[in-house]
Ligand binder design. Structure first.
Ligand code: AMP
Ligand code: ZN
Length: 470
């Protein structure tokens, strides 16, 4: 696998710390509003990265945070705490808002059939870990207490900004902790690890700490959650390109100062989805959601196909015209697949299979070139190999691209499957469906476990639920 590493700004051979085992961390959503289709571009490409690594033989473990406390950031807002903003807007408590939009995010992930990472951790559940890290940073001289807040001392680092040669003090992007007004800091780039005094006196969630009752700075959550779930050596850290500064820069500063050694080997950043009027952002209030696209007749996989046609390191301009062209292409592609002969069982032509599979793999291994991977689908369809081989290849490709190329077959599979499934399991599946309709995801997850304990598992597809024997 060759991957572009934002830290070295070159395409590198991907070599994880531990041979074929990959630890991957993804910056998760700030749950004060719906995820927009720009956010989802990042999650789609991160999912494809994970699936590609698996396809290429790596064993991936992945973690993601849910930002449900604090978060001031850069996308043009006035520096107000985003969770409080959401609570005010909806006349709810911060935790109600967090729950509502975490559930909405789960639904988006399900609609796009994106894999839920092994570890998904809300920021509010790790306060003891932040305190542990911050205490050590103070003890080792990397952090200091000043007028009620604890700051990271960036002057203690050899190189603070690692994603380019610019001096961080000149970076205009997103300075989060109201830097220019804060006279308690020793250096301009110092950032807050723990607040007890800030202009947000009305902060809803506060915890006791050795420095007084307060709340964590934003960046510490990703360092702590990554260390806690994936250990001290991280192979890939993902996020949208806006996260390079200050978020990822500060994550590196505090994590490496805490552990005393190099932390993350590869930084994977997805460029933005933009519209004619600029970057799509939640704080501008003008954004498109997946549900809105669905209402307008664009299936989630059409949006995913649209994303995959472009390279993740290029900005992607969204317009309904370009989405329509992607939809046309996608519909035609599915029509061609439907016409394949599914009834006759030819022998798979092994050498042709391997040739195309190699082509597909090398597109993915070429810094995740998804548009070339899609070209491999057309090359298979054009070739004169028998249809059984074509179907086998395209099914295999779709485990990575995940664009539901064979959705039309699912209903048949579902019916076939249900013939042998015990009525007890069928009843549980029905209960789970109702729990999901009522947005009771906790209950739905519990029911799924009961189904598993009876020796069955279920796969949610856009066409319905498929049951399989374990
Ligand atoms: P947020 O929920 O705002 O914390 O963002 C979640 C993820 O979406 C982060 O990785 C962001 O960098 C990313 N992101 C935000 N805006 C865009 C955009 N317009 N296009 C692509 N990714 C984005
Ligand atoms: Zn993060």
């Amino acid at each position: 696998m060759k991957l572009y590493n934002s830290e070295t700004r070159t395409i590198e051979e991907f070599i994880p710390y531990d041979e074929k085992k990959v630890n991957m961390y993804t910056c998760g959503p700030t749950v004060y509003h719906f995820a927009h289709i720009g956010n989802l571009r990042s999650y789609i490409m991160e999912d494809i990265l994970e699936r590609s690594l698996r396809y290429l033989g790596y064993d991936v473990k992945r973690a993601m945070n849910i930002t449900d406390v604090g978060h001031l950031s850069s996308d043009g807002d006035t520096g107000e705490d985003k969770m409080l903003l959401g609570a005010k807007r909806e006349n709810k408590t911060v935790m109600q808002v967090a729950q509502e939009y975490t559930d909405a995010f789960k639904r988006d992930m399900e609609m796009l059939n994106l894999k839920w990472p092994e570890y998904v951790v809300p920021a509010t559940s790790c306060v003891a870990d932040y305190i542990k890290i911050i205490s050590k940073l103070i003890n080792t001289g990397y952090a200091y207490y000043s007028h009620g807040n604890v700051y990271f001392d960036t002057s203690k680092l050899g190189k603070y900004y690692r994603f380019g040669n610019e001096d961080a003090s000149n970076l205009s992007v997103g300075v989060r902790e109201t830097v220019e007004e804060d006279e308690n800091k020793k250096n301009k780039n110092d950032f807050v690890l723990w607040f007890t005094k800030s202009k947000f006196e009305n902060q809803a969630l506060k915890w006791d700490s050795p420095w007084g009752v307060g709340y964590p700075g934003w960046h510490i959550e990703c360092s702590a959650i990554s260390l806690k779930t994936l250990g001290e050596h991280l192979d890939i850290h993902c996020g949208g390109i806006d996260n390079r500064f200050p978020h990822h820069t500060n994550e590196i500063a505090q994590t490496e100062s805490y552990t005393g050694h190099r932390w993350c080997k590869y930084w994977f950043h997805v460029e933005h989805l933009i519209t004619k009027s600029g970057k799509m952002s939640k704080s501008s209030g003008e954004f498109l959601t997946l549900s809105l696209l669905k209402q307008k007749g664009y299936a989630p996989e059409v949006y995913k196909f649209f994303c995959l046609l472009s390279h993740y390191r290029k900005q992607l301009l969204f317009s309904y015209d370009t989405l329509d062209s992607a939809k046309n292409m996608y519909d035609k592609l599915k029509d061609r697949i439907k016409k394949l002969n599914f009834n006759e069982n030819f022998n798979i032509d092994k050498s042709v299979y391997e040739k195309f599979d190699e082509q597909f793999k090398s597109s993915l291994a070429n810094d995740l070139n998804t548009s070339l991977a899609i070209t491999a689908i057309y090359d298979v369809l054009k070739s004169d190999v028998n249809d059984t081989t074509k179907v086998a290849l395209l099914k295999s490709f779709d485990t990575v691209l995940n664009i539901n190329l064979f959705g039309f077959l699912n209903n048949e599979q579902e019916n076939q499957g249900s013939k042998e499934v015990p009525s007890e399991v069928l009843k549980l599946i029905e209960d789970r469906k109702i729990a999901k309709q009522n947005k009771n995801f906790e209950q739905a997850d519990k029911i799924r476990l009961s189904i598993k304990s009876l020796g069955y598992d279920i796969i949610d597809t856009r066409e319905g639920t498929i049951v399989k024997k374990l």
